[in-house]
Design a protein around this ligand. Structure first.
Ligand SMILES: *Cc1c(COP(=O)(O)O)cnc(C)c1O
Length: 481
């Protein structure tokens, strides 16, 4: 009989740990952007399915070899694309243990320690983010599933106020739920609404400033004046994806509550401003909301597969999500994750967050948030000083927007768009930094998102030198001979 590789397990794990350490040690010198083409990657990775097993260590070495050029090395400190986040040492180590222990965190009975760890993480997170201590929570795979869980709970709560049993009846004869939203809401909110059968046609966009992406409070009042009775969910933003700006929660939420609406907050990264006494004021009033979604794997710098949802309506949350089956074992006094999470079998997501929180403390997260905001400010200011660069949105927190102005004579907006794209891809090609483009206020822009503890002033200076050199090179290229 095969021993499935068990004999070599200690050697395999030691070898793999050495490879992991080797990778991390190279972060300063590896190109930040992936260098392999799609064809390269397929040629290496798409091997024919093997009949006989291959020794695990060779499989691991092949995996490292075949994938290494296809990584954007986003866990390093010079990656500023999208909103990705780093991975704190304690989180990484605890994430290794999570796979080692291989616990199914569905029920207390299946993995008692997993349940208590998650329960503790929930309590700490509410303290860190200054959310109501009686809020329910779940650790989910990311903000997308946090939205689904929160909006499913909102659906239950709003419809039960209309004596409609959504779980039993389904949506067939349900009252329509209107969703008033920030115009720049993240696409994950659209998807959550789709999954839940609420229907995207029931989105009603509130007047939102095209520059700051902040909702105009009078437009919320106007929506309720026009229709005070339709059950309503209001979706607001803590940290717009482009500008990092915050809706005016202290003004908006009381208006919504006057009309019994449910207020949901997309705080994927921005909710973390609450971990810093310097930036917390930007979120004033947010604690009044009905549900909050945020990520662990972005600004918290926990390994991927980590999001959090909190609701101010624990009974509705549990009624929406919970399930009982004859073969499941429950203990009244313990927390069963299946009561709060949409997953059944699931990874013990709590360990990485638990370790990250203890290793950082309140002070560590405050420093992380402040450092990212400071570095984002330095990058945007530094870029703004270069010829042909223009600051479009100086960061409020850790997100900034710039663009690059074409050196062509009589350059048009389209020329600036093309030049901005060109600068972004030239920066990537240097291997020194990575930024991603976006469209903002009808312009092609370069987004600068700083969400990693590894980004310090050292990285900022190195990246500014690179951008300066790229600009010089490109501008010379445009010069007539
Ligand atoms: C990333 C992001 C999301 C989606 O979160 P996932 O963790 O990727 O599911 C939602 N809203 C905003 C503002 C985001 O930045």
């Amino acid at each position: 009989m095969s021993n499935f590789g068990e004999d070599n397990l200690p050697t395999l794990l030691t070898h793999t740990a050495q490879q992991a350490i080797h990778y991390l040690n190279q972060l300063d010198t590896l190109p930040v952007a992936a260098t392999a083409t799609l064809a390269d990657l397929r040629a290496g990775i798409q091997k024919p399915l093997n009949e006989e097993g291959i020794p695990a260590q060779q499989v691991i070495d092949d995996l490292i070899h075949d994938t290494k050029d296809g990584f954007n090395n986003s866990t390093g400190g010079r990656f500023f694309g999208w909103v990705i986040g780093g991975n704190l040492p304690a989180s990484l180590a605890a994430d290794w243990l999570t796979s080692t222990w291989d616990q199914n965190a569905a029920l207390y009975a299946v993995s008692p320690s997993s349940g208590v760890v998650e329960e503790t993480v929930g309590t700490w997170m509410k303290e860190l983010l200054h959310l109501p201590s009686n809020a329910s929570f779940a650790m989910v795979s990311g903000c997308q599933l946090a939205h689904v869980t929160a909006l499913a709970t909102a659906r239950h709560e709003l419809l039960s106020r209309h004596n409609y049993d959504i779980e039993h009846e389904g949506l067939y004869n349900a009252p329509v739920i209107r969703i008033l939203c920030n115009k720049f809401k993240h696409g994950s909110v659209d998807r959550a609404v789709r999954f839940l059968g609420l229907g995207s046609k029931h989105f009603q966009t509130l007047e939102t400033d095209p520059i700051t992406a902040v909702v105009e409070p009078s437009s919320l009042q106007k929506a309720f004046d026009e229709d005070p009775n339709t059950p309503t969910i209001v979706v607001l933003q803590a940290g717009d994806i482009s500008t990092g700006s915050f809706d005016k929660f202290a003004e908006l939420i009381p208006i919504a509550h006057k009309y019994n609406a449910w207020v949901h907050i997309d705080g994927a990264f921005g909710l973390w401003a609450r971990a810093s006494s310097k930036y917390r004021h930007l979120t004033d009033g947010i604690e009044l909301a009905d549900s909050w979604a945020t990520d662990g794997h972005k600004w918290m710098n926990v390994s991927f597969d980590c999001g959090f949802v909190f609701t101010a309506h624990p009974n509705s949350h549990q009624a929406t999500v919970s399930h009982r089956a004859v073969y499941l074992t429950h203990m009244d006094t313990a927390r069963d994750q299946i009561d709060w999470n949409l997953d059944w079998s699931r990874r013990s997501r709590g360990f990485a967050s638990y370790a990250a929180i203890r290793s950082m403390g309140r002070k560590g997260f405050e420093d992380l948030i402040n450092q990212c905001c400071e570095c984002c400010g330095l990058l945007v200011d530094g870029i703004g000083k270069f010829p042909h660069a223009e600051i479009l949105f100086p960061p409020i927190i850790n997100q900034g927007l710039v663009r690059f102005l074409s050196p062509k004579a009589n350059a048009t907006k389209e020329d600036h768009d093309v030049f901005t794209e060109e600068v972004i891809s030239e920066i990537s090609l240097t291997g020194e930094a990575f930024f991603s483009p976006s469209l903002w206020n009808n312009m092609k822009v370069m987004r600068i998102s700083v969400v990693n503890y590894r980004t310090t002033v050292v990285e900022v200076e190195r990246v500014l030198k690179t951008i300066e050199a790229v600009l010089l090179k490109l501008v010379n290229k445009y010069r007539p001979n």
